[in-house]
Every structure is written in C-alpha cells, then in structure tokens.
Design a protein. Structure first.
Length: 173
C-alpha cells in the first residue's frame, strides 16, 4: 500500500507527523510539506520519501505511480479551497487532484475553527465527490486522559477510514 501524507498549514502539523510515525512499516509512505508547515516542523521524518511541494513532476503527481490513498493533515482552508476548485499549483494540490481522478481515497483534516460558510461550502462540494472530511475532532466515549491519547484517537479514526488496522484508541463496547 502507498500512502501520501501531506502537511498543509502550520497549526496542528504535529498530527500529520505523528500520523506518519504511526503508519505500519509495511506501508510505503510519501510526505509533502507545505511552506507554512515547514516553518513550524521541528521533527525529522524517518522512513518516508519526502517530496518538495514545488515539484509537481514528482512521482506521486502521476496516476500511473499507483498511490492508494492520501491524507492531508492538517489541511489548511487555502489547500481545501484549491482542491475544491481544481487548482493544482503545488504538489499537495496536484497529488490530491490525481487521487480524485483515480477514484482513490482522499481524507482532508481541516484544522480551523469555526468554519466559515465558504469553507463549509467547499467541504460539502468535496464530500459530494466522495472525499472524506475528517477534522481532528474528539469523541469522549474513549476516555482520553492525555494529549497523546487524544491524538491517538484522532489518528486511529483516520486509520480506520484508510482500512489500516490499529489499536490506537479505546473502542465503543
């Protein structure tokens, strides 16, 4: 399985990094980091092919490369709007466009709150196309006690959407 994890925006970039770290070793991981994410990114990303966001000719920008899924976490409102309007001016938006045209799974994790009417309209447009809108929202039934447990819950839910088995959070019984 080949998965692209893109980090778009600054706030919440740690969730994208942790998502990469928790993906099973057997998955081929590719990462794109936006300029704003790069500014706040302080961790080294291991075991992952890191792509320059300005390189729209990268392997993951082609449908023939065979990406299975993509998650943009966090997903800035700018990136979400570009994807909704079909703008492919960087590798993140180009890779997302490829995933959409190839009918692969795309998960967007918008991070801003509250959502504007424009953002909600863009999310609705994308959801109607089958894109999964999965903001980092907590559920309280899993009884998280720490920030690490809260992040594991969110990432575990994203893994569930990707069909990746995990035990990152307490499940409903």
């Amino acid at each position: 399985m080949k998965i692209v994890v893109a980090l778009s925006g600054a706030s919440g970039v740690n969730l994208g990094v942790k998502t990469l770290e928790l993906l099973p070793e057997k998955i081929e991981k590719h990462c794109i980091v936006s300029d704003n994410s790069q500014i706040v990114l302080s961790k080294e990303i291991n075991n992952t092919t890191l792509h320059d966001n300005t390189n729209i000719g990268a392997s993951i920008a082609s449908g023939s490369f065979g990406v299975d899924a993509m998650i943009i976490a966090p997903c800035s409102m700018n990136t979400l709007a570009k994807i909704a309007c079909g703008i492919s001016d960087n590798l993140i938006t180009r890779a997302a466009a490829v995933v959409i045209k190839e009918h692969k799974k795309l998960i967007l994790a918008p991070r801003e709150m509250p959502f504007s009417a424009i953002a909600l309209e863009n999310m609705q447009k994308l959801a109607a196309l089958g894109i999964i809108i999965a903001p980092p929202v907590l559920a309280y039934y899993s009884e998280q006690q720490t920030l690490d447990e809260m992040e594991n819950f969110i990432i575990g839910k994203w893994f569930d959407l990707l069909g990746i088995e995990n035990s990152l959070y307490k499940r409903w019984r």
